[in-house]
Write a protein that binds this ligand. Structure first.
Ligand SMILES: [Zn+2]
Length: 678
């Protein structure tokens, strides 16, 4: 998803800022800002792989552990769903299993849940800590009956568990202990009847008037991973983790509703009661979401890549016609870049959901082969928020969808790597300096805005921390999204952009459909680059060290300073002792280059390993030093403060000060804008 946070600019190389990523509780959808002195604009299927609901397929891409058959009926008045679920679980763990945990995500939307407890503690995308409970956001999922085929009715033996925080009021995970264990290699079939109460949309899920975004809506079994069940409670800052498999889903909705879903539409059958039953099917995916609304307009397009043709379905909400071209342009551009750079998109469909006015909290989220976007009629061309959101959610098809890392435990592996590829794709599509903003003479890149997200809270938490254990939601956003993207962009400066792209390609192709870990990612980067990068990843991924270098002083001192009377300085004649003092202000150790310029046109590039706290370069020359700049290639993007990276003569320093004052103003202005929007 897209985690909101105020992004600030503090970069002397850019002259304007802005974007707001997810805001608490809401999510992006729009926004564009800007100023330059004033102004604001508010503004399935699968490749030849067809599987039935038992997970049988001739060309499975994944190890299909689960097969879900769900029949659901939507009550558009009560905002409820009644459904039956038949889950076939293939025991591929190599050991007998007698206990199975299940997620009940919708139970997070209750005032005493762990999710809401954490919202009150540190906020989340949908709400800040001061938000008041509103019962319209109540959500629930109730298991009405639970049968284990061949073993009987276990409904009364379901037990809520709270493996993460022991909150007895949290009901987002239950487990069942079977009478007989499921042997290795055998199947077990669960028949579950359940009832959903959808909330008014929050956290990407729910209804708004007659719009329905039905996500995290069915009992979902945990993942047997690393020799244990992995089934975390639903937290304010966590996303999801599930096994791959096949889905066969039927939903009965009013006959005038247009629907979209994960996977492919198989059939639509009208019923006598002014409803219709739609059937969808998908395989080699690990989640299933769907949407319905009478107000959607379907826009169809297609794109052909290395794995064949991908059908693009855009479900557009009223008033957003002006965004059609923008949506289609960015989705096709993203499909193309991912296909060429990282690997094929193997599914035959991507569905874009454009939430209606007032339902922006459903936007900016990813599900297999379906993404939710966000726009508004007021978002001007050049403020690329709709493009960025669409690209971001599409990118998740690779990192969340196919690679499928554990989002509870290693959020950076999805959100962060995805933010990095977002910056790369946006730059490729919309220009290096204009990938996020190109409006009214102002420009900003997506990479710079991600970096600004990082510098707001650079040192509270390591990337590798479990998502719900971050200090607060802003720290989670700054680190999981902004810092990860920035450290991977910085890594390009160490191993080279081409090598980085090859490493990402190797990582994707090797680990798709396998649930890798951060160690697998790092190992792949080291292998492809042929470099030992432990020194870098230990600091950047596992540590909270801040990277910040500064030019502390430049000085030109005449060697004949002691003469009496003093000699008059003469250009090209007077001999100076030129010195440049560079300081490592923080703990992150990084080799850096320093470019030094003299007033006779000479320049020199010094390399420093950065290990000591400071270094002084000294030259005796018939020239004065006029400037020194750390990292003249601007590749060390992790450096927290670019303003201190160079020192020049007085006039330039004043300009820098002016610029920083401007950014302070812009930042405060944006914070106010954010408060207004929230
Ligand atoms: Zn995301």
């Amino acid at each position: 998803m897209l985690q909101c946070a105020v992004k600030r600019f503090q970069d002397s190389r850019i002259h304007v800022s802005g974007r707001v990523r997810c805001v608490f509780g809401c999510r992006v959808v729009l926004l564009s800002l800007i100023l330059a002195g004033a102004v604001v604009a508010r503004a399935g299927g699968q490749t030849g792989t067809v599987a039935d609901a038992q997970g049988q397929a001739s060309h499975a891409l994944s190890t299909r552990v689960v097969a879900y058959q769900i029949e659901a009926r939507l009550d558009p008045v009560k905002k409820t769903i009644d459904a039956t679920e038949i889950l076939t679980y293939h025991n591929l763990t190599g050991r007998p299993l007698d206990t199975f945990p299940f997620h009940l995500y919708l139970n997070a939307f209750q005032p005493t849940s762990t999710f809401m407890r954490e919202v009150r503690l540190y906020g989340t995308r949908g709400a800040d800590p001061e938000s008041v409970w509103d019962k319209k956001h109540y959500g629930a999922i109730e298991v009405k009956s639970f049968e284990v085929v061949g073993q009987g009715d276990f409904t009364k033996r379901l037990e809520f568990i709270q493996p993460d925080d022991h909150n007895p009021d949290d009901r987002t995970v239950f487990q069942v202990k079977l009478a007989k264990p499921v042997a290795p290699g055998a199947d077990v079939v669960f028949k579950i009847v359940f009832h959903d109460q959808l909330p008014e949309v929050l956290e990407r899920t729910g209804y708004k008037r007659n719009f329905f975004m039905v996500a995290q809506w069915f009992p979902k079994v945990g993942v047997w991973w690393h020799d244990a069940w992995n089934c975390h409670q639903f937290h304010a800052l966590t996303e999801f983790f599930a096994d791959f498999g096949a889905f066969d889903v039927k939903a009965t909705v009013p006959e005038n509703y247009l629907t979209g879903s994960t996977g492919d539409l198989v059939s639509t059958v009208p019923n006598r009661d002014h409803t219709k039953t739609v059937t969808w099917r998908a395989a080699d995916i690990h989640d299933f979401a769907w949407t319905a609304s009478p107000d959607y307009k379907l826009i169809e397009d297609a794109w052909t890549g290395s794995a064949g043709t991908v059908h693009i379905h855009l479900l557009l909400s009223p008033g957003h016609e002006s965004s059609i071209r923008r949506y289609l342009e960015v989705i096709k551009g993203a499909l193309d870049r991912f296909d060429r750079w990282y690997g094929p998109y193997p599914y035959d469909r991507i569905t874009l959901v454009d939430p209606p006015q007032g339902a922006s909290d459903a936007g900016g989220m990813e599900y297999p082969t379906l993404i939710t976007c966000g726009t508004g009629w007021w978002v001007p061309e050049g403020a690329r928020v709709p493009e960025m959101v669409t690209e971001h959610e599409f990118g998740h098809q690779y990192w969340y969808g196919m690679v499928a890392t554990n989002e509870f435990e290693e959020a950076w592996m999805d959100e962060g790597i995805n933010s990095y590829t977002e910056a790369k794709v946006m730059e490729s599509l919309y220009g290096k300096d204009t990938s996020m903003l190109d409006l009214w003479g102002m420009s900003a890149s997506d990479a710079d805005i991600l970096r600004l997200e990082y510098v707001t809270l650079p040192d509270t938490d390591p990337l590798s921390r479990f998502a719900w254990q971050f200090m607060n939601s802003n720290a989670y956003a700054a680190v999981s999204y902004g810092k990860t993207a920035t450290l991977l962009l910085t890594l390009e400066g160490i191993i080279g952009e081409d090598t980085m792209r090859r490493a990402m390609h190797t990582y994707f192709m090797r680990y798709r459909f396998t649930h890798p870990t951060g160690a697998d990612f790092i190992k792949t980067i080291e292998e492809v680059s042929g470099r030992d990068l432990d020194w870098y990843f230990q600091q950047a991924v596992h540590g909270t060290n801040v990277l910040d270098y500064e030019v502390l002083a430049i000085r030109s001192d005449p060697l004949d300073w002691f003469r009496e009377p003093p000699s008059k300085p003469k250009k090209g004649v007077t001999l100076y002792r030129d010195t440049v003092l560079v300081h490592r202000k923080a703990d992150f150790i990084m080799p850096v280059d320093i470019q030094i310029k003299f007033d006779n046109g000479d320049r020199t590039l010094e390399k420093w390993d950065g290990r000591d706290r400071w270094v002084r370069f000294s030259y005796d020359k018939k020239a004065r030093v006029i400037s020194a700049e750390i990292d003249p290639q601007h590749s060390v993007r992790l450096d927290k403060n670019f303003f201190s990276n160079s020192s020049t003569e007085e006039a330039d320093r004043r300009a820098t000060h002016k610029l920083s004052t401007y950014w302070l103003f812009a930042t405060q202005y944006m914070a106010q804008l954010l408060a207004w929007l929230a």
